[in-house]
Design a binder for this molecule. Structure first.
Ligand code: ZN
Length: 200
């Protein structure tokens, strides 16, 4: 297994099944990348945003987990740049999808965390807004989308479900809504077999 940087993990056939059961992950990371055909990448979430990546021109797939820490660290942009630098993936040919996640109305963060976002340049009501005394509403999706476009991914190539895991109790588990006692969703992505030189 190769480990690059602090968050990104490139996985191959030899990693198949790793992490599927507790204690079987050999390294921890916030984003998985593969060029292997039919090797699914998977991640758990219950409010955090998952970001799925694929390329229109190359067999590449990536899956990032963006809670507030990953979002603050620009995990999505990091993945896009990594794909560009290490695999020559043109960001203009990358497609990204943002999973259902906790919406800004449901996502209150404390002043200390908000300060980190302010310092990171997100001091704008489009992303971060004061709510009740001392707390702030954070728009995970808006910040992540902005980071992806900043990394060169075209707006029309970014899909954002817009569904909130906390509002939609009928559809999703939500760590916040259920006060920690809840299930997890699993998100996965895989490269299908190559068809006529293209993959999807
Ligand atoms: Zn909501």
């Amino acid at each position: 297994m190769q480990v690059h940087g602090t968050d990104l993990i490139v996985v191959g056939e030899e990693n198949r099944g790793e992490g599927a059961l507790p204690g079987t992950a050999r390294v921890e990371g916030d984003a998985l990348i593969t060029t292997e055909i039919r090797l699914p990448l998977a991640a758990y979430s219950a409010d955090c945003m998952l970001i799925y990546f694929a390329s229109k021109e190359k067999p590449l797939a990536a899956l990032a987990h963006a809670g507030w820490r990953g979002t603050l660290g620009g995990i999505g942009a990091k993945v896009a740049r990594y794909l560009q630098v290490h695999y020559g993936a043109d960001p203009g040919q990358l497609v990204a999808a943002l999973s259902p996640a906790v919406c800004r109305e449901c996502y209150e963060i404390d002043g200390k965390t908000a300060e980190l976002f302010r310092a990171g340049g997100w001091d704008n009501p489009a992303y971060l807004e004061p709510s009740a005394a001392g707390s702030f509403k954070l728009d995970l999706g808006a910040v992540n989308r902005e980071q992806l476009t900043g990394a060169g991914i075209r707006k029309e190539n970014i899909r954002w479900s817009g569904l909130c895991t906390s509002c939609r109790e009928d559809l999703f588990y939500s760590y916040r809504r259920d006060r920690g006692v809840t299930g997890r969703m699993i998100g996965f992505i895989a490269i299908r077999e190559q068809q006529g030189g293209r993959t999807s």
